[in-house]
Design a protein around this ligand. Structure first.
Ligand code: HEC
Length: 151
């Protein structure tokens, strides 16, 4: 019995060390500030902080990785979320979207926040500061509704 536990532990350690050789990916691209969500709109400071901590890591061209983000398999999982998240909504390129797309993405942001779909719960599990309180949600929603009504 003891021997099986020992072998099991060794296999797990070899596996964890082994997957560290899978190259990590970093989402850092030159950001064209002029197209960034927070540049094109006059976003209040508090909302900027919330969007940056709760949404930008997966929905922009620049992710701020936590320390474990440089370890596998976390890096792979994060990269997958980033690729998918950016494909659906890229806040770094929001200014390049057509007005029609901007409007539909604003609507989608509102519904995702309202329904507690975003930020992803798998993310807030480790990234506590990214969770939105009821007050944060209310502030962001009031602001996004205001933006939406300007289209
Ligand atoms: C951990 C990464 C992650 C974080 C953080 C995150 N998202 Fe997402 N988001 C995704 C992924 C992955 C998808 C695509 C899959 C899905 O819809 O579940 C997505 C989809 C979306 C969509 C749907 C876009 C569309 O048109 O279909 C919206 C809107 C959105 N996110 C808004 C937000 C907002 C607003 C925040 C911050 C409050 C946020 N997300 C935080 C990963 C993330």
């Amino acid at each position: 019995m003891k021997k099986t536990i020992k072998t099991g532990t060794i296999i797990i350690i070899i596996f964890i060390v082994g997957i560290q050789f899978i190259p990590t990916v970093s989402n850092k691209q030159p950001v064209k500030i002029s197209n960034d969500f927070i540049t094109i709109y006059d976003v209040p400071k508090g909302i900027i902080t919330q969007l940056k901590t709760s949404c930008y890591d997966c929905h922009s061209n620049n992710t701020i990785y936590p320390w474990y983000g440089k370890l596998q398999p976390m890096n792979m999982l994060m990269s997958q979320h980033i690729v998918e998240g950016k494909d659906k909504l890229n806040l770094s390129e929001f200014g390049a979207y057509s007005d029609r797309r901007k409007k539909s993405k604003l609507k989608s942001m509102i519904s995702q926040i309202k329904d507690d779909e975003m930020p992803l719960s798998s993310y807030t599990l480790l990234h506590w500061d990214a969770s939105l309180t009821e007050k944060d949600k209310k502030d962001i929603l009031i602001y996004l509704d205001k933006l939406l009504s300007s289209y």
